[in-house]
Ligand binder design. Structure first.
Ligand code: ZN
Length: 254
């Protein structure tokens, strides 16, 4: 009886520590805007930044210049302002969606993200090892597309969401045959908490860009827009998801 009581206490103690650790982990996600952030205000975007003002100004200029066109291509009718939060350090940016744990995982390629219709970005001035100033700056367009996609259809698949974001922001991967094996149909359906990591591993950015390029060339942008709104391949293309996938694989191997 006494042993059971002691075991219960240990279990409850461990459970409490675990709950506390999870709560502490997510503290950075509570507020995107820090007290010391300044802001550039435009018609389409608001850009919040810490100390790297010049880099933030360049991100703001690019975002403000392109957001209108991106909104139009995606069919975001109402004039939605996208809030963009730029952090001087990549690690700090990484804590804003997944908490402290993300910054401990050594995800050097992880420089920006969207949280619903908000965008978080590492300052191009602190770009890290896997990116340079320009590629981080341009990533803001990719993330703005995610923010618009969230407004259009919250259930959009990770594959389509990133394909459209890469395609519209001009992140052309070049010769697609230079990448590893073509993702399987199953891989194009990637979802869940580990989706970003899995996606990067099978070259999802390059391949999903190519997939959207295939749809655009073979069908039309209007049909892609229809697909991302509804997720319904049949009504958009007159062909199911599997048939479209096979067509794409043939397009790569042509
Ligand atoms: Zn993305």
């Amino acid at each position: 009886m006494r042993t059971v009581k002691i075991l219960c206490k240990i279990f409850l103690g461990l459970f409490a520590v675990l709950v506390l650790a999870v709560l502490v982990n997510f503290i950075p996600t509570i507020r995107l805007a820090g007290k010391n952030m300044s802001v550039f205000v435009g018609d389409r975007v608001k850009v919040y930044y810490e100390t790297e003002k010049e880099a933030a100004r360049e991100v703001f200029d690019l975002a403000e210049k392109r957001a209108h066109e991106l909104a139009e291509r995606l069919g975001v009718a109402e004039k939605r302002i996208i809030h963009i939060y730029i952090y001087d350090s990549q690690k700090k940016m990484q804590t804003k969606k997944y908490g402290y744990i993300a910054a401990l995982l050594g995800l050097d390629w992880y420089i920006g993200d969207n949280i619903g219709d908000n965008v978080i970005l590492t300052s191009p001035a602190g770009h890290g090892t896997q990116h340079d100033y320009e590629s981080v700056k341009n990533a803001v367009l990719h993330e703005i597309v995610h923010a618009y996609n969230y407004i259009i259809n919250r259930d959009m698949t990770y594959w389509l969401d990133n394909g459209v974001a890469g395609y519209l922001s001009g992140q052309n991967p070049g010769d697609i045959k230079a990448y590893g094996p073509v993702p399987t149909l199953e891989q194009t359906r990637v979802k869940g908490l580990l989706a970003p990591v899995k996606f990067t591993k099978f070259n999802g950015y390059a391949y999903s860009y190519n997939y959207i390029e295939y749809l655009d060339k073979t069908y039309s942008w209007d049909k892609i827009r229809q697909l991302i709104r509804t997720g319904d391949f049949k009504s958009a293309f007159g062909a199911g998801e599997e048939e479209i996938y096979q067509g794409w694989v043939e397009y790569i191997n042509r």
